[in-house]
Design a protein around this ligand. Structure first.
Ligand SMILES: *[C@@H]1O[C@H](CO)[C@@H](O)[C@H](O)[C@H]1NC(C)=O
Ligand SMILES: *[C@@H]1O[C@H](CO)[C@@H](O)[C@H](O)[C@H]1NC(C)=O
Ligand SMILES: *[C@@H]1O[C@H](CO)[C@@H](O)[C@H](O)[C@H]1NC(C)=O
Ligand SMILES: *[C@@H]1O[C@H](CO)[C@@H](O)[C@H](O)[C@H]1NC(C)=O
Ligand SMILES: *[C@@H]1O[C@H](CO)[C@@H](O)[C@H](O)[C@H]1NC(C)=O
Ligand SMILES: *[C@@H]1O[C@H](CO)[C@@H](O)[C@H](O)[C@H]1NC(C)=O
Length: 329
């Protein structure tokens, strides 16, 4: 028991340098209920904060990492992520979900900016040094029905979707935000959906070339991450100290969870980084089966694609350290 103490102290001692609020743009890896609200027919309005409606299910089957980040760092979380979102629906059209370049920042503007009736000039209501903006997007942009299944538009390339993320950050900078964290794409080739198997899955109930998907995903994710991490340096140079963006290596962090899982997964069975808790048959008319509740926190994955809740707690802990300048990722 005693050896746990220093770790807990270290976590609470993270100095978030005046950061009280965290703004998040993204997809189902972060969404807590905006997609649910959209499907429900209630377009999320000003100051929408619903975290976990009793009848809703988030992408991880429970509370998502932004909720835990708020707990661990006592931050107010402005989570604009929506399941199914991409960086830009104009580049990689998918489901018409509010995206990171327009629909999601429109919510930020509604919540945090006032516009002068005469001049139209917009003013940010938040102190720029009190909040950080996290961009965590790309899984859908590169995935099925897009690049991996060769369904992307003929005139769109991987650099376009990386530039889209960098431009989303530029846009938020022009609105007055000054602190940013850009998350790497995760090692998607390690998920069941993008594994080496050619068998149909719940999300892609067709035969496909598993080896091509698996190797293709590895290549795509590495390429996009390389462009993004180089882009972080470009943005910082552009701003010349008037704002800063940091690279958060979610790729390396998820690899650590995958290859060295024991310290991170604490359900009632040994850590399992391959099999999801929530297993859905290819035939979607049949019911999904969940692992027993006490085993959930042993699974890295909730389903064939989405990280589980315990992966999210671990991500939140590391992100809290990142905000405090104490993360190795
Ligand atoms: C879903 O719709 C009901 C009825 O319109 C509404 O009361 C509820 O707040 C909605 N839930 C969400 C999460 O938007
Ligand atoms: C948590 O944040 C709130 C609002 O910023 C602040 O009033 C409160 O003192 C903080 N609590 C702790 C334990 O730091
Ligand atoms: C600006 O316009 C809005 C909406 O028309 C109105 O509610 C508000 O009172 C106006 N503000 C000022 C300062 O005139
Ligand atoms: C790409 O092509 C689509 C139509 O296929 C067009 O609507 C879109 O504007 C083009 N995008 C660019 C960046 O040229
Ligand atoms: C992927 O599958 C192919 C064909 O089934 C097989 O030859 C190859 O060894 C597999 N690669 C890995 C990394 O498992
Ligand atoms: C696993 O650890 C987390 C903290 O990381 C804790 O919140 C959770 O309750 C634990 N799960 C189990 C099953 O003990």
């Amino acid at each position: 028991m005693l050896f746990l103490l220093p770790a807990l102290l270290a976590l609470s001692a993270v100095d978030a340098a005046g950061i009280t609020d965290v703004v998040i743009f993204g997809d189902s890896f972060s969404d807590q209920s905006r997609l649910y609200s959209l499907i429900n027919g209630t377009y999320p309005g000003k100051n929408y904060q619903s975290v976990y409606p009793p009848d809703a299910i988030a992408g991880d089957g429970g509370f998502q990492w932004p909720y835990y980040l708020g707990l661990y760092g006592n931050y107010t979380i402005w989570n604009y992520a929506v399941g199914g979102a991409v960086c830009s629906e104009a580049l990689t059209p998918l489901d018409g979900i509010p995206d990171v370049t327009s629909g999601q920042p429109a919510w930020f503007i509604e919540d945090h900016m006032v516009s002068d009736n005469k001049t139209g000039e917009q003013t940010l209501l938040l102190d720029p040094d009190s909040f950080t903006v996290i961009v965590f997007i790309g899984t859908n942009d590169v995935g099925m029905s897009s690049f991996i299944s060769n369904d992307q538009l003929a005139n769109v390339s991987l650099p376009d979707i990386a530039d889209c993320q960098l431009n989303a950050i530029r846009n938020m900078h022009s609105l007055g935000a000054r602190h940013f964290i850009l998350n790497a794409l995760t090692p998607l080739h390690l998920t069941k959906l993008y594994s080496n198997s050619s068998e149909p899955t719940f999300y892609w109930p067709k035969e496909h070339d598993g080896e091509a998907w698996n190797k293709g995903m590895y290549n795509i994710v590495h390429s996009v991450n390389r462009i993004l991490s180089d882009g972080v340096k470009v943005l910082n140079a552009e701003w010349q100290g008037d704002g800063e963006v940091e690279w958060f290596d979610t790729y390396a962090l998820f690899e650590e969870f995958y290859y060295n899982p024991t310290p991170y997964f604490n359900g009632s069975i040994p850590a399992d980084t391959n099999e999801p808790c929530h297993q859905c048959p290819v035939d979607s008319s049949q019911a999904c089966v969940d692992c027993p509740l006490e085993e959930r926190d042993s699974h890295m994955l909730w389903d064939d694609l989405h990280p589980g809740e315990q992966t999210g707690r671990n991500l939140a802990m590391e992100m809290h350290k990142k905000i405090g300048g104490q993360s190795a990722y």
